[in-house]
Design a protein around this ligand. Structure first.
Ligand SMILES: NC(=O)c1ccc[n+]([C@@H]2O[C@H](COP(=O)([O-])OP(=O)(O)OC[C@H]3O[C@@H](n4cnc5c(N)ncnc54)[C@H](O)[C@@H]3O)[C@@H](O)[C@H]2O)c1
Length: 257
């Protein structure tokens, strides 16, 4: 039986990744710092094993892997936080907190599991980034910088660990209807404004992300490593298309529309 551990798995995208993996026949470990949410989540997913740990703690992550009882085939670095503020108002504490969980947490988990995977000679790591790591976002603080850094770290890990039989990839979700974006999309006005901007005409679902994570992590993607897969319905490519252009310049210009 193949196995998978997802960090930050007690809610949002992580919970959907755990659910999809369980339905696909994986033995699933859900690692999260929020023990209450974790218990509830694990009780809803058939056979899921709750692992209470912070991704920022080497000791806690190591103990969680021991508790799971095996080195998983796939490890998903999904735990992430955001602290919105203009850079000139962002506290150093908030800056450090986001870097600690998102970037350092990814490093800590990956190195712990990669060492064990390398001894076995196989394994796959998927790092959840964001389109905000590709393009700056309003008041994103340290968030986008951590996601961009995780993207490069993914390449670094793929480069160094390929010889051990490991693959490491990143997945950048776009406008996802769930998780930390739930407060945005529960507002009908912002939901409509944002949905209209997505080339495929809808927001992404947590399952859109989860299914792509399972693909990247699985043997179906056995020749893909060091790659960042963007799962965003085309929004990151649509910036120029959203800029107005006079019809005097172009017969399909936007000013008369
Ligand atoms: N939801 C979106 O629209 C969206 C878009 C792009 C990228 N992402 C990324 O997807 C990932 C999941 O986000 P989400 O939207 O599901 O958010 P979420 O807030 O619903 O879930 C994050 C989970 O991480 C856990 N967590 C926080 N700190 C932790 C720590 N130190 N150790 C272990 N677990 C910890 C939380 O308890 C929570 O269960 C994040 O990396 C986020 O940056 C989300």
């Amino acid at each position: 039986m193949k196995s998978l551990i997802v960090t930050g798995g007690a809610s949002g995208l992580g919970r959907s990744i755990a659910q999809c993996a369980s339905l696909a026949g994986y033995r699933v470990g859900i690692l999260d710092v929020d023990s209450d949410a974790l218990e509830e989540c694990a009780s809803l997913i058939q056979g899921a094993i709750p692992l209470v740990a912070s991704v920022t703690s080497v000791d806690e992550v190591s103990a969680a892997v021991v508790e799971f009882g095996q080195i998983p085939d796939i490890w998903v670095n999904n735990a992430g936080i955001v602290r919105f503020a203009p850079l000139l108002e962002l506290s150093v504490d908030d800056w450090k907190a986001v870097i600690d969980v998102n970037l350092t947490g990814t490093f800590i988990c990956s190195t712990i599991v990669a060492e064990a995977m390398a001894q076995r000679g196989s394994g796959s790591i998927v790092n959840i980034t964001s389109i905000n790591g590709i393009s700056a976002g309003t008041n994103s603080g340290a968030y986008g910088a951590t996601k961009s850094a995780i993207s490069l770290l993914t390449q670094q890990m793929a480069l160094e660990w390929g010889k051990f039989g490991l693959r490491v990839n990143a997945l950048a979700p776009g406008l996802i209807d769930g998780g930390m974006s739930e407060p945005i999309y529960s507002d009908p006005q912002f939901r409509k404004l944002r949905t209209e901007k997505v080339p495929v005409g809808r927001l992404g679902t947590e399952e859109d992300v989860a299914e792509a994570v399972l693909f990247l992590g699985s043997e179906k993607a056995s020749y893909i490593t060091g790659h960042e897969l963007v799962v965003d319905g085309g929004i990151i490519n649509s910036i120029i298309a959203n800029l107005p252009r006079p019809s005097s310049v172009d017969s399909v210009g936007l000013d008369g529309e």
